[in-house]
Design a binder for this molecule. Structure first.
Ligand code: 5GP
Length: 195
């Protein structure tokens, strides 16, 4: 039996408005602009890490999209791995390192670049950096697809940012609302209802 797997072309029609569960969103940053920002960021990282064989550490789930887009554009020798951050219950009885799930690589002496989908308050990034420093890397820097400067509460420098955005809830390009929206190209911003 011959099965015809001829691919159907997929064309996302950039919708200006979408609904995910109970919330409505409007197109905020079109895919082409996100791509241009990732191009620029890839250039920055290439200049900084060429010859250093960096280890990129993508933070799941949200960073899968950004990580893939970035990797396509990085023509240097590098490695990538992914971690999950276990939810943090305030009392750190489990210890810092065990809060990063899936980190199997030796980091000692490596140049590590953390890939985040979005940095909001910065608490997650702070938590990840604390855990990574216990492994004695040569250097650690952060690259984020999106950064909300108005919401940021930490003092750590976010070294590489693709796009700075206002303090609004967004979805798309890996970011979700309760599981939906990660596959949307571009970035969509919540439409606030009048109180
Ligand atoms: P932070 O610890 O910096 O406050 O936020 C970390 C996490 O909150 C992000 O990795 C992301 O999962 C979630 N988050 C923060 N802002 C947004 C947003 O605007 N949209 C979505 N979908 N998630 C967000």
């Amino acid at each position: 039996m011959i099965v015809n797997f001829a691919p159907r072309p997929i064309h996302w029609r950039p919708m200006s408005r979408i609904r995910l569960h109970d919330l409505e969103f409007e197109l905020f940053i079109p895919e082409a602009e996100v791509n241009a920002a990732v191009d620029r960021l890839a250039g920055e990282l290439r200049d900084k890490y060429d010859g250093k064989r960096p280890l990129f550490v993508g933070v799941l789930n949200g960073a899968f999209f950004f990580a893939a887009e970035l990797m396509k554009r990085l023509d240097i020798e590098c490695e990538i791995t992914f971690v999950k951050v276990a939810s943090y219950h305030g009392t750190s009885s489990t210890g810092k390192v065990s809060d990063l799930i899936g980190l199997n690589e030796r980091l000692e002496g490596r140049h590590v670049v953390v890939l985040e989908d979005i940095v909001d308050t910065g608490n997650t990034v702070k938590h990840i950096l604390d855990a990574l420093h216990d492994h004695h890397p040569a250097s650690v820097s952060i690259a984020a697809l999106l950064f909300k400067p108005e919401a940021y509460k930490q003092s750590i420098t976010i070294d590489h940012v693709a796009v700075r955005i206002p303090n609004d809830f967004v979805v798309g390009s890996g970011l979700d609302h309760d599981g939906l929206g990660r596959n949307l190209p571009g970035i969509y911003r919540i439409i606030k209802k009048d109180p």
